[in-house]
Design a protein around this ligand. Structure first.
Ligand SMILES: NC(=O)c1ccc[n+]([C@@H]2O[C@H](COP(=O)([O-])OP(=O)(O)OC[C@H]3O[C@@H](n4cnc5c(N)ncnc54)[C@H](O)[C@@H]3O)[C@@H](O)[C@H]2O)c1
Length: 269
């Protein structure tokens, strides 16, 4: 308790999922949270529940992020902690992907080779899908760091959400893997730049965690559990506690690192 007492944290994509749980644990540890999401009403709902404040922005849009920081500046003159959590899987509302997930699960249950990659393979990845994925994850992380650093006092902390897909890589998620790997490289470079100010920049690369993002993969959950040495998928708290650690002074000598809570699914960074 009180590990983040008096600290002001901006968390992107925090209306639900991992971001919302990170915000909740931050509040329990004494932080004031500013909840960002695409929809102001969704962000406000979570912020109200946690006693925090809300700002809307599409993190992939530089004008939208600039407007968000205008609002943030009316709320506070500093941000001690930034969590770049906003993200997409790329299969939201994609019925073809749903069908591929179903076929893949059925084939694997029969012990057969899976029929095709979840994104349909590289020839099926459109410019639009590729750009959107990189824009939300990589551009969004960059824009929010650029907006925050001038407001961040020494001894601040930045946490960027990567993924095991950015370290391990996997067919069927080309754009997602590329975006998450890019975030890890960006994290290390920014950690170097900000170390003289004692601002720490780290990444969390979660394994498979139960959230709305992984719900559409439900037919594959049994296989993911089997592939995970700890025999289960993760829960949002498995990530939130890592974020609390990395944001706190307990991690005062930790920078440029990737912490990967994944139940042993991938054991090397
Ligand atoms: N759930 C997992 O298994 C898992 C694994 C590895 C990494 N991650 C990463 O963790 C982060 C959170 O994932 P989650 O599982 O909580 O997902 P989620 O879909 O439950 O929540 C993501 C949130 O981000 C918001 N968002 C999406 N695009 C946005 C944008 N352009 N601007 C602002 N907000 C935006 C959504 O509205 C949503 O509230 C993501 O970066 C994701 O890639 C998740």
């Amino acid at each position: 308790m009180n590990r983040l007492e008096g600290r002001i944290a901006l968390i992107t994509g925090a209306a639900r999922g991992l971001g919302a749980r990170i915000a909740e644990r931050f509040v329990e540890e004494g932080a004031d949270v500013i909840v960002n999401d695409l929809s102001l009403s969704a962000a406000e709902k979570t912020a109200r529940r946690l006693g925090g404040r809300a700002v809307a922005a599409d993190v992939s849009d530089p004008a939208s992020v600039a407007a968000m920081f205008e609002s943030v500046r009316t709320m506070t003159d500093r941000i001690d902690i930034l969590v770049n959590n906003a993200g997409i899987s790329g299969i939201e509302g994609d019925n073809d992907a749903q069908e591929r997930i179903r076929l893949r699960a059925e084939a694997m249950a029969r012990g057969e080779e899976p029929p095709e990659e979840l994104d349909g393979g590289i020839a099926e990845v459109t410019d639009e899908k590729w750009r959107r994925m990189l824009a939300v994850h990589m551009d969004g992380t960059f824009y929010c760091c650029r907006g925050t650093v001038p407001l961040m006092p020494d001894a601040g902390a930045i946490i960027n959400l990567g993924s095991i897909m950015g370290t391990f890589g996997r067919g069927g998620g080309l754009a997602y893997c590329a975006a998450k790997a890019g975030i890890l490289g960006f994290t290390r470079a920014l950690a170097h730049e900000l170390a003289p100010r004692n601002i720490r920049v780290n990444a969390i690369a979660p394994g498979w965690i139960h959230t709305d993002m992984t719900d559409p993969l439900a037919p594959l959950h049994p296989m993911l559990e089997m592939q995970t040495p700890m025999g289960r998928m993760g829960e949002p708290d498995d990530i939130a506690w890592c974020a609390v650690y990395l944001a706190s002074q307990e991690a005062g000598f930790v920078t440029g690192q990737t912490l990967s809570p994944n139940g042993g699914w991938y054991m090397s960074q």
